[in-house]
Design a protein around this ligand. Structure first.
Ligand code: APR
Length: 230
């Protein structure tokens, strides 16, 4: 019998216990930086090296940490379910934690591209600096979706949501669109779960189980609760 489709939408909260800052918690990334300055096309145009350095630092941060029990727990669910992870995170902790089907809505920190062409993507482990050019002569930039930029994978994500038999949200404040709007595309009656240390407002998601715990504990509870759907 085919495995049930489990779709999991994740955000910065799932990587918090690995040691990566979230955005909107106290001491979050957006407390230390002006979002406009470091995560918009306007900011990049104004001071490209500042933006490149912001992501050079985040690339170092991600390289220095490990996936946590929440990432690994979601990967373990692939034994019994057809799992798709739709993440807003630019880190590679889902992949390093063992998940094999990950869709990055906001890009990936170890990828870069030319400012001229978003379809040719290069791997990058070190720094990108002003003057580093792609083959097409364009300045290289992180392959990250900044605010005010379109989210190329959103249509794919919507289609994945529509096919879900079970839906879970882990570690996102659900305040950034279009990602947050994905919760409206899952079939109305399917079982839904939210794992977050502080459950975010979710209008009126039907058939919802809220697990108000840190992700490393809450995902273990989720794994237990999902056993009855195998
Ligand atoms: N365990 C579970 N949940 C946690 C934990 C934890 N240890 N720590 C924080 N959280 C939760 C917070 O309660 C919050 O709901 O994770 C969520 C983090 O929210 P944000 O900081 O807003 O991160 P996220 O939702 O991923 O932001 C979405 O905004 O800045 C843009 O592009 C960026 O992808 C990002 C998007």
């Amino acid at each position: 019998m085919a495995k049930k489709k489990l779709v999991v939408l994740t955000g910065a909260g799932i990587s918090a216990e690995s040691g990566l800052k979230t955005f909107r918690d106290s001491d979050g990334l957006w407390e230390g930086y002006d979002v406009y300055e470091v995560a918009t096309p306007g900011g990049f145009a104004k001071d490209p090296q500042l933006v490149l350095d912001f992501y050079n630092m985040r690339r170092k941060d991600v390289a220095a940490v490990e996936p946590n029990a929440a990432h690994k727990g979601l990967a373990e669910l692939e034994t019994d379910f057809d799992v798709t992870i739709i993440t807003q995170n630019i880190d590679d902790l889902h992949e390093r934690g063992g998940s094999t089907n990950v869709l990055h809505l906001h890009g990936q920190i170890f990828q870069m591209r030319s400012v001229k062409n978003e379809s040719v993507v290069y791997e990058i482990r070190g720094n990108i600096n002003l003057g580093d050019l792609a083959e097409d002569g364009g300045q290289l930039r992180p392959n990250i979706v900044w605010f005010e930029e379109p989210v190329p994978m959103i249509e794919t994500a919507v289609e994945v949501m529509r096919t879900a038999d079970i839906f879970a949200v882990v570690g996102t404040s659900l305040v950034v669109y279009p990602a947050a709007g994905l919760v409206n595309y899952v079939p109305y009656q399917i079982p839904k779960f939210i794992v977050d240390k502080t459950i975010p407002y979710t209008q009126s998601l039907y058939n919802l189980t809220a697990i108000a715990k840190p992700a490393t504990e809450g995902v273990k509870d989720l794994q237990e609760l999902l056993k009855k759907y195998v």
